[in-house]
Design a protein around this ligand. Structure first.
Ligand SMILES: [Zn+2]
Length: 319
């Protein structure tokens, strides 16, 4: 899962391995030879992010934009690990189909949202033989490998100027997020439900499905409320919460809920509502519920803490 906070963390790791270093070799099946030749021998000047995009700038004035979508991963290896064939690729997650009933009582299959521990142990032991490899950047000391990332775009001009990024809203993780700009964008999308608004990258860039559910829980707001029902001050609370939760996720390895004393470090304890359907709310102990039908992506929320109020215009209760 590649949401803004996780993408920034991946970029930090890439920077540790390649920033300021020369690329001595590069492997990528889907690039032209002349572009490859321009990158080899050049230094990495910057590794930056915008929303869910990672952007590398090489000293030969070539840029690389990578978007990992749902499946991409980066891994960093030392040259010793890589050259000796001991660099292990990421574990393959095998989603286990399980059946559940939707709101209408119809049995449907899902991808086992609580089933992330079901792993295929038939691992390929050497990253150099892994067919998921899309890009390999080799420096004198480290190797950065991109797996499964569907978007790897090389260009001679800055990707920030390309429509794929220029159409995005302000980056939620940048400290200088322009609240006025974000409010204007929100007011152009007032017919959207909050769950869909938060995933719309042309509103604010960087929020994905995990942070969506967590942000709305922390605001104690009913997730399917319409954007038009937010007052101006509620709009600002929403924007500040987006920044706060994404920053916390970035600083705490994707964790959105602080670990309490004595709690295990298990995945189930890391979030307020995300992928916790059926488990008790950390605040009121009501079972967390999930909904696949009311919006474009699955949503988790607490039906007690995030009630739809009787007048149809529930207010954000906390900041
Ligand atoms: Zn609750």
């Amino acid at each position: 899962m590649s949401e803004g906070s996780e993408v920034r963390r991946a970029a930090d790791k890439i920077a540790e391995a390649v920033l300021g270093r020369s690329i001595i070799d590069l492997q990528c099946k889907f690039m032209k030879n002349d572009m490859r030749e321009k990158i080899i021998g050049s230094k990495v000047l910057s590794v930056d992010t915008y929303g869910k995009n990672i952007i590398l700038h090489f000293s030969s004035n070539i840029y690389l934009r990578n978007h990992m979508m749902m499946w991409g991963k980066w891994r960093i290896y030392t040259r010793t690990e890589y050259d000796s064939g001991k660099a292990k690729p990421p574990v393959r997650v095998k989603w286990k189909k399980k059946l559940s009933k939707n709101k209408l009582g119809i049995v449907i299959g899902n991808r086992g949202e609580n089933n992330t521990n079901h792993l295929d142990m038939n691992l390929i032991s050497n990253v150099q033989n892994d067919p998921r490899t899309r890009l390999v950047l080799i420096t004198e000391t480290h190797v950065a490998v991109q797996f499964n990332g569907p978007i790897l775009q090389f260009s001679e001009d800055d990707p920030l100027l390309h429509e794929s990024i220029s159409r995005l809203g302000p980056d939620a993780l940048k400290p200088d997020l322009n609240i006025k700009d974000a409010k204007n964008r929100l007011n152009e999308k007032i017919k959207m439900k909050l769950v869909d608004l938060l995933l719309d990258q042309s509103f604010v860039a960087g929020v994905g499905n995990k942070y969506k559910s967590e942000i709305l829980f922390l605001l104690k707001v009913w997730p399917f409320r319409l954007a038009k029902d937010l007052s101006s001050s509620e709009q600002e609370k929403l924007l500040h919460k987006i920044q706060e939760v994404l920053k916390a996720g970035y600083l705490n390895s994707g964790r959105t809920r602080q670990q309490r004393q004595g709690e295990p470090g298990k995945w189930n304890f890391r979030h307020w509502v995300f992928r916790r359907a059926g488990r008790p709310c950390w605040v009121c102990e009501t079972p967390i519920t999930m909904d696949r039908l009311s919006s474009s992506r699955i949503t988790f929320w607490c039906p007690c803490c995030q009630q739809q109020e009787g007048n149809g215009i529930p207010k954000i209760k906390s900041s």
